[in-house]
Design a protein around this ligand. Structure first.
Ligand SMILES: *Cc1c(COP(=O)(O)O)cnc(C)c1O
Length: 429
């Protein structure tokens, strides 16, 4: 494959955009080489600036669960755009999507829409602090909750990819209120709670971690967090920006049968437009302005185009619950296929999967927290990434990212992907 035009576009971009990208994980820093510029996408395929056709396993980092340029979503956006793109006044469609979201997700009465997952998590934490009157929060090493200051402490995803899990610019004052626990380790949480009695407002967690590769919660872990929160009047925040509307119509809360106090959404809820949201029971949500004291706002929040895309997406998912089963089966098929070719090739690897989230770590040990994820072999990952790319398969350019399976993928696409991996195996040793 040739990437001349992508490389030329990247050179131009770097003159006027820092690093040539508007979000760091898009750069190929962790794997080497120049990022690929996309021209268009349809279904499971990307078409890049050089005319290459790639099978897409990122799907915009999750939102395109039904594939790219999905017709009902595109039509809804076009239809809305013709009637004005932003008003800064209430519109009926905001209530429509809120009603649908509240009906799909367990345990929430009200939802507020924002413009990104970052905003959703940031606002959820402010609300938790306002509601409890406490300052400190617990997060888990390797979990990513967007790029707001409180979360850039041992953050996963792009932050670790670039070796800056703790970003300069985050003040010591902010950092001291973020306490760090170990994923899948309840004792690490108990210790923090004991050492900070009555000071912790919330525990925020990805119920299935997706930003250090995919790391499912161990049996009893989320249940244990729920109990600790109840015991100490701490709010449990599920960051379902990845898992929401993916693992089940009602997300991880529904899948695991565990109630969170506040839930953050992003990615799928916007159908590919910039949307985030946070939700909770009425008692908590009514703490928000204009009826409550906790301030939160947005000029473009609830934007009609974004709401139209999100509503069309949620309607599809709600109306066709078979989709979840379908993507889970496809992911399981991919898992089995990759497992087989990598095993036969004698590669040291661990595949983690839950539902339609899957990742390959080049490590022979179990990957269950940040430390074990970071111990995997990044050189092997680099070879794997470029080897797959050369065969027309686009996975995330970092070992700390999950692959997001979309329903537009066919079994033929999956077979091609497995075969490509099989061809590579010799080079991975
Ligand atoms: C992507 C992501 C975010 C941040 O969302 P943005 O829309 O990129 O701001 C937050 N939490 C999780 C779990 C994510 O995967």
């Amino acid at each position: 494959m040739k990437y001349q035009r992508s490389s030329a576009l990247f050179a131009e971009a770097q003159k006027v955009i820092p690093g040539g990208v508007n979000s760091p994980v898009r750069a190929f820093k962790a794997v080497g080489g120049d990022p690929i510029f996309v021209e268009r996408a349809e279904g499971a395929y990307l078409y890049d600036a050089d005319g290459n056709n790639l099978i897409d396993y990122i799907n915009s980092w999750g939102p395109m669960i039904l594939g790219h340029a999905y017709k009902p979503v595109v039509d809804a956006v076009i239809d809305k755009a013709k009637r004005g793109t932003s008003f800064g006044m209430p519109t009926e469609i905001e209530t429509e999507i809120a009603t649908l979201a509240v009906s799909m997700v367990p345990n929430i009465d009200k939802i507020r829409f924002v413009n990104s997952g970052t905003e959703a998590c940031m606002s959820a934490v402010r609300l938790a602090r306002g509601f409890t009157g406490r300052d400190k929060i617990i997060k888990f090493a390797g979990c990513y909750h967007g790029h707001s200051d409180s979360f850039l402490i041992e953050a996963g995803s792009g932050a670790v990819t670039f070796g800056s899990p703790n970003s300069p610019g985050v003040t010591a004052g902010t950092a001291k209120d973020t306490l760090l626990a170990t994923y899948n380790d309840l004792n690490s949480v108990s210790r923090l709670i004991s050492a900070n009695k009555d000071e912790i407002a919330c525990i925020i967690i990805e119920p299935v971690a997706g930003n250090m590769g995919c790391i499912p919660p161990k049996k009893g872990f989320l249940e244990g967090l729920r109990e600790l929160c109840d015991e100490h009047q701490i709010l449990l925040i599920f960051d379902e920006v990845m898992t929401g509307f993916r693992l089940a119509p009602g997300g991880a809360q529904q899948l695991f049968g565990i109630n969170a106090d506040i839930v953050a959404f992003g990615k799928i809820i916007g159908g590919g437009l910039p949307v985030g949201a946070f939700a909770a029971r009425a008692e908590i949500m009514d703490f928000l302005a204009p009826i409550g004291p906790v301030y939160q706002a947005g000029t473009l929040s609830g934007n009609p185009l974004a709401m139209a895309a999100g509503l069309a997406m949620l309607k599809e998912l709600n109306g066709n619950p078979g989709i979840f089963d379908s993507i889970n089966k496809k992911t399981e098929y991919l898992h089995r296929g990759l497992d087989q070719v990598l095993s036969e090739g004698g590669i040291k690897f661990t595949i983690n999967r839950l539902g339609s989230m899957i990742s390959v770590h080049f490590s022979e040990n179990q990957v269950e927290d940040f430390e074990s994820a970071a111990a995997a072999n990044n050189n092997t990952f680099k070879k794997f990434f470029h080897g797959m790319l050369d065969q027309g398969i686009y996975i995330a350019p970092s070992a700390f990212e999950t692959w997001f399976i979309c329903d537009a993928l066919t079994y033929e696409d999956l077979d091609r992907t497995i075969a490509a991996c099989g061809k590579l195996v010799e080079n991975l040793k």
